[in-house]
Write a new protein. Structure first.
Length: 391
């Protein structure tokens, strides 16, 4: 990993403190913990995890750029779908994991332009540092609307309206399963001494049991041949959707993320899984490098998410590529409002739209799934388009 930028001394010290927590977990677990537990620790340990430790994550100065950081046109187009859901249910929005707050600001400003403001805009955010950034963003971008926004510590007891989750499912802790000729295993984390006697994090497989084994067997994973087939199970994502289903009285969840339907997720050619790490706009494959300083993600199995919602009583109300969803929601009409096509502002915006919608960029890799209850009309974002992308 010599090509990666080096962390500061303070960052390395914070990572060392988090590593000590992980080591204590491993010792308490009898020398082994599931990867899902490790991923939960390094991303969300209070005050130390990647999403709770205060490091800059989003934008050019962070580790990655999300759609709202590219252009406000993403939120402006999404507002079309949010407005329709609110009209069919209740004038409320909850955004889960709101990042820098840019999407919240863009949505609120566009909904105001459409005379369709929510009475309440909730942000479910566990990171105190990100809450502060979201507050500052809203105060700067939409100060007259900031009073409508409130922050949540947990899922509401009951809710009607629109739920927005952009790039949330991909950072939920995943279990790793390994299929080999000698059986089905769960991959976890242990400590092993190196040549110098220093204990380091290492992979270790144990026979899969319980819900992990049951879920893996249900997938009928490709035969590994003489090697192994490694993949992810996002059991936390399924449980999260089920929990929302218990609370959503009417409205829809709009889940936007990168991933595949099951038929594409578990292809024989994808034998190494989809797990990725990000550090300062560099992707790499070592989740043990500088714990707490890297984002760790896995692609979403959208079929599993849809099944979890359906089994919990929600309707699957739409599934499309991000490109088709944004086109259906009027992203090109939003772009046309930017002024003359020869202007610098229009050209910059057009380039951002291309990145959001081009097949070789985010357009095909990102998908949008809508799960809802009590909406008796087709959702705008899924009304037109090909039928090549199915669950």
């Amino acid at each position: 990993m010599s090509s990666l930028p080096q962390p500061s001394a303070d960052a390395l010290a914070q990572s060392a403190r988090l590593l000590a927590l992980v080591e204590a977990d491993i010792d308490a677990g009898g020398g082994w913990i599931p990867f899902a537990r490790y991923m939960e620790r390094v991303l969300y340990a209070p005050g130390l995890g990647y999403y709770s430790g205060g490091a800059r994550k989003f934008g050019p100065g962070g580790d990655f750029i999300t759609a709202p950081e590219l252009t406000p046109l993403f939120g402006q187009a999404l507002a079309s779908q949010v407005a329709q859901v609110m009209r069919a249910s209740a004038p409320q929005v909850i955004e889960v994991g709101a990042g820098t707050g840019l999407l919240a600001a863009d949505l609120l400003l566009e909904l105001e332009r459409r005379d369709c403001l929510p009475e309440h805009y909730g942000i479910l955010e566990l990171s105190g540092e990100l809450r502060e950034r979201q507050f500052d963003t809203l105060a700067q971008k939409a100060p007259h609307l900031a009073a409508r926004v409130h922050w949540l510590d947990a899922l509401p007891g009951r809710f009607s309206g629109a739920v927005v989750a952009n790039e949330v499912l991909d950072v939920m802790p995943v279990h790793l399963v390994v299929s080999r000729a000698d059986g089905l295993f769960e991959r976890g984390v242990v400590l092993a001494a190196d040549a110098g006697g220093v204990r380091r994090l290492c992979w270790a497989d144990v026979p899969a049991t319980g819900v992990v084994r049951d879920a893996a067997l249900a997938l009928a994973l490709p035969a590994p041949g003489g090697g192994e087939y490694v993949t992810e199970l996002n059991l936390a994502g399924r449980a999260w959707v089920s929990a929302w289903a218990e609370r959503l009285e009417s409205g829809a969840m709009l889940l936007i993320d990168y991933g595949y339907p099951r038929a594409e997720y578990y292809l024989p050619s994808r034998s190494g899984g989809t797990l990725l790490c990000y550090y300062r706009h560099h992707a790499h494959g070592d989740p043990f490098l500088w714990p707490g300083l890297n984002d760790i993600t896995a692609f979403v199995d959208f079929t599993a998410v849809a099944e979890a919602g359906f089994e919990a009583g929600l309707d699957v109300q739409g599934y499309a590529t991000q490109a088709q969803f944004l086109f259906n929601c009027g992203v090109l009409e939003c772009l046309a409002r930017r002024g003359p096509q020869e202007s610098a502002d229009y050209i910059r915006a057009a380039r951002a739209v291309q990145r959001l919608t081009a097949p070789q960029e985010m357009g095909e890799l990102f998908k949008v799934l809508a799960l809802g209850r009590g909406i008796g009309q087709p959702l705008l974002g899924f009304m037109r388009g090909d039928r090549l992308h199915t669950l």
